[in-house]
Design a protein around this ligand. Structure first.
Ligand SMILES: *[C@@H]1O[C@H](CO)[C@@H](O)[C@H](O)[C@H]1NC(C)=O
Ligand SMILES: *[C@@H]1O[C@H](CO)[C@@H](O)[C@H](O)[C@H]1NC(C)=O
Ligand SMILES: *[C@@H]1O[C@H](CO)[C@@H](O)[C@H](O)[C@H]1NC(C)=O
Length: 191
């Protein structure tokens, strides 16, 4: 008895340490968190208003065509054209007004029956509390419609967990060069 007791104790200690060791070392893939643990309290709604400068012409274009299909030139809707943009976002329609961010991404002519773009881009803001934060857009832009609605599918920084929509309205469009200034009203829910 006196001999068995310590060895039983030893074994149970060994099991205890082994099981805690296993627990500590097991990687955790997923867990439930309360939103407050990330500081998420109440969702708020932000409205952002700015002008988007899509400049194709001149010495400093910020929208460049990077690809197109063999049939794009003969398509009445430029179907198959893909452009990359780094467009300034300004407070006012004037391109010399304050820059609040940039629209960086891609648009592609994705309709054969009208001018319809697939737009995949980030609004990267530099203004005030929004500096360094982004909103991500993935939507359809039928550029000849008066107002187009594009979903906001996410964001970063102050826009973490963002969702919402953007209304795009052409302010000026140069039919010769394709240069455009577009007014954006963005409505985003975020924390
Ligand atoms: C389409 O037109 C552009 C400009 O007119 C020209 O540079 C390009 O080579 C043409 N592409 C094709 C595939 O015909
Ligand atoms: C603003 O637009 C004018 C006229 O199109 C152009 O000459 C000028 O370089 C632009 N300025 C900026 C900051 O893009
Ligand atoms: C935005 O943040 C960057 C990096 O932190 C900083 O260099 C820049 O001055 C800021 N811009 C504004 C307008 O606050």
């Amino acid at each position: 008895m006196a001999k068995i007791f310590p060895s039983t104790l030893l074994i149970s200690f060994a099991i205890f340490f082994f099981s805690t060791y296993i627990k500590a070392e097991t990687p955790v893939f997923s867990r439930n968190l309360s939103p407050s643990s990330l500081g998420l309290k109440r969702e708020k709604l932000s409205h952002l208003h700015f002008y988007f400068h899509d400049i194709l012409s001149g010495p400093k274009p910020n929208a460049v065509r990077v690809a197109q299909a063999a049939m794009t030139n003969t398509s009445s809707t430029s179907f198959g054209a893909v452009s990359v943009i780094d467009d300034a976002l300004t407070m006012l329609p004037d391109n010399s007004s304050k820059v609040v961010g940039r629209a960086q991404g891609i648009y592609a002519s994705a309709s054969q029956s009208e001018f319809g773009l697939l737009m995949v881009l980030n609004f990267a803001f530099i203004e005030g509390e929004y500096n360094g934060s982004t909103l991500s857009v993935l939507g359809r832009n039928t550029i000849l419609s008066t107002v187009r609605e594009l979903p906001i599918v996410g964001g970063s920084g102050v826009f973490r967990f963002a969702r919402g929509y953007a209304h795009a309205k052409t302010y000026t469009f140069d039919t010769k060069t394709g240069d455009a200034v577009v007014e954006y009203n963005v409505y985003a829910l975020h924390y």
